[in-house]
Design a protein around this ligand. Structure first.
Ligand SMILES: CC(C)(COP(=O)(O)OP(=O)(O)OC[C@H]1O[C@@H](n2cnc3c(N)ncnc32)[C@H](O)[C@@H]1OP(=O)(O)O)[C@@H](O)C(=O)NCCC(=O)NCCS
Length: 169
């Protein structure tokens, strides 16, 4: 399997925030945004692996700015690193000013998807070669985040988290 680039998985989802999707402050409901991000990341993971993919974990979501009703929301999802069967996908969330069109980044999320066969068994996926500085930075940090995610899920003994430990030595 030859390596791919993050750009090959780029998925852009643009949609409106409608009144039924907001909280009492008339801002986008967090769960609605998570679902949209999950969809975008799922498509990016599928584009990278060309397999069935499932969400394994949501490693980090920062709701930095509220997204008011009526906003045009764009989610850009890209695979940042591929491991054996799992992929880390970054979802960057933007809104745009109605008049100027200027974009503001409001949120980001980091998802892990696993490529599986028809029986749900993990399968190997192509590796990834980052190109831009941001892609390289995200690629470098991905193993640390994977180890942290596995520790939190009770799937890795902290003593075996070599990458994480290296941060504190
Ligand atoms: C995710 C899933 C496929 C993992 O299957 P598994 O039989 O436990 O397989 P493994 O332990 O070999 O893990 C497979 C890969 O997932 C990774 N993984 C599993 N759980 C993870 C987690 N919480 N965080 C990060 N990576 C995780 C493993 O590190 C491994 O990665 P690698 O192959 O790239 O090294 C399985 O747990 C599953 O099907 N979960 C339900 C998925 C689902 O329904 N999602 C929708 C939520 S409603």
């Amino acid at each position: 399997m030859s390596a791919k680039t993050p750009t090959a998985s780029l998925t852009v989802l643009t949609d409106l925030v409608l009144p039924g999707e907001t909280n009492f402050l008339e801002n986008l409901f967090g769960g609605e945004l998570l679902a949209r991000m999950d969809r975008a990341c799922s498509i990016a993971a599928r584009r990278h692996s060309r397999r069935i993919v499932v969400t394994a974990s949501v490693n980090h979501v920062a709701f930095n700015k509220a997204v008011p009703v009526g906003s045009v929301v764009t989610i850009e999802a890209k695979v940042s690193r591929a491991f054996k069967s799992s992929m880390e996908i970054y979802a960057d969330v933007w809104i745009e000013d109605r008049q100027s069109g200027e974009r503001t980044k409001v949120n980001e999320g980091i998802y892990t998807f696993v490529a599986v066969d028809e029986t749900g068994k993990p399968v190997p996926i192509p590796q990834i070669t980052p190109e831009s500085d941001l892609e390289k930075e995200r690629y470098e940090g991905a193993l640390r985040r994977k180890q942290l995610s596995l520790i939190l899920a009770g799937r890795l003994n902290p003593k075996e988290a070599t990458e994480l430990k290296a941060l504190f030595i």
